[in-house]
Design a protein around this ligand. Structure first.
Ligand SMILES: Cc1ncc(COP(=O)(O)O)c(C=O)c1O
Length: 359
């Protein structure tokens, strides 16, 4: 049974015979293709989490009728472990990922994961694979918790059996160059009443084809607009968006539940406000953005997210036009913010908000 008398979850551990770590070059690992030695699994059956285990990383045996493959009833999270200067392994605000995972779970009719189970699974796995956390300034261990309907049943109804897993990948820096984004005026990612605010797997599958199109055009990512009038900024595929117009930092509000409540976004808003920047969470319209760009009042634009932290935007495409942002080294807001986030994680400045979780 999963729950021990102490009220924590018992995890059966089957370690690898031999680590695969030897021969991995952390400086050149491609994002998301190299996996650490172990993975966590827990099954939900008969209304209970059970069979919690950590075992060697490897393929899952899967019934061809597994519900998630047919109906997309699945969600995921993304977080990072990194080492500070002394080599201590840390996580950044892991309880925020737990909260968001359960918010996504509720939206997708998946069972919530108790805090103890999430934290016990996460900390045990990452401690076991801590040698996979790259040292140095930009490397980290990307952690992917995910949860999906595992009923072997081809029938459209909310599932009853589920699998919660965590896997990890060592990663190098995400974007090395300023990101080029394109504002699509006909594809839409999220709409009111939909799943845009959840990390539902279908949100990501549905954007692959539009993404391939903008990559053909020479851009890296889509800067999504609302699906009603294609007039208000939402977010970038894997990042929330910030722009600086007339010295005010603007980011779309999450009230409409069409964009992900990024943990990096929230942290950046707090840091910027504390530094004295005026930050407004509100609608940003396409004409407002483009007029500011034309008039030289758009002085900075960046994305925020776990994978990239703070990624400067180099170009914004819209219809047949491309707007070029000022050079990256002339952007005090994103330079300061990126440094602040890096310094915080590396332990160079005090963690006044208790955001770091020492492993
Ligand atoms: C669609 C989307 N928006 C924003 C983010 C940034 O969120 P966070 O800062 O929590 O990583 C992500 C990444 O998780 C994402 O997938």
């Amino acid at each position: 049974m999963a729950i021990t008398e102490a009220g924590t979850y018992h995890i059966d551990i089957r370690p690898v015979q031999e680590s695969r770590l030897q021969g991995i070059d952390f400086d050149s690992v491609p994002f998301g293709r190299v996996f650490s030695d172990h993975m966590f699994l827990a099954e939900y059956k008969n209304g209970q989490w059970q069979q919690c285990r950590i075992q060697p990383f490897g393929p899952l045996p899967m019934h061809p009728g597994t519900a998630v493959l047919h109906y997309g009833q699945g969600i995921f999270e993304g977080m990072k472990a990194f080492k500070d200067e002394q080599g201590n392994a840390q996580l950044f605000r892991p309880l925020k990922n737990w909260e968001r995972m359960n918010m996504s779970a509720r939206r997708m009719a998946l069972p919530e994961i108790p805090e103890e189970l999430f934290m016990e699974a996460l900390t045990t796995l990452v401690r076991m694979d801590s040698a996979w956390i790259p040292p140095g300034e930009d490397g980290s261990l990307y952690i992917r918790p995910f949860l999906f309907a595992s009923d072997a049943l081809v029938g459209i109804k909310p599932a009853e059996e589920f699998l919660f897993m965590i896997i990890c990948c060592p990663v190098a820096k995400y974007y090395n160059k300023p990101v080029r984004v394109y504002m699509s005026d006909h594809y839409v990612r999220a709409f009111r009443g939909g799943t845009g605010h959840a990390k539902a797997i279908g949100n990501y599958g549905a954007v692959m084809q539009p993404l391939a199109e903008v990559r053909e055009m020479g851009f890296d990512q889509i800067l999504w607009l609302d699906g009603y009038e294609f007039n208000r900024l939402q977010e970038i595929g894997t990042m929330n968006v910030f722009v600086v117009i007339d010295d005010v930092v603007l980011t779309p509000s999450t009230e409409e539940k069409t964009i992900l409540e990024g943990i990096t976004r929230e942290s950046c808003i707090i840091l910027l406000r504390e530094k004295g920047y005026q930050v407004e969470e509100r609608d940003i319209t396409v004409p407002e953005l483009l007029n500011a760009a034309r008039e030289g009042r758009l002085t900075d634009a960046f994305g925020t997210g776990t994978a990239a932290t703070v990624a400067p935007i180099g170009e914004i495409g819209y219809k047949d036009e491309v707007f070029t942002l000022p050079p990256v080294d002339e952007r005090p807001v994103s330079i300061w913010l990126a440094n602040e986030m890096r310094n915080l994680r590396k332990g160079h400045i005090p963690d006044t908000h208790n955001w770091l979780f020492r492993l």
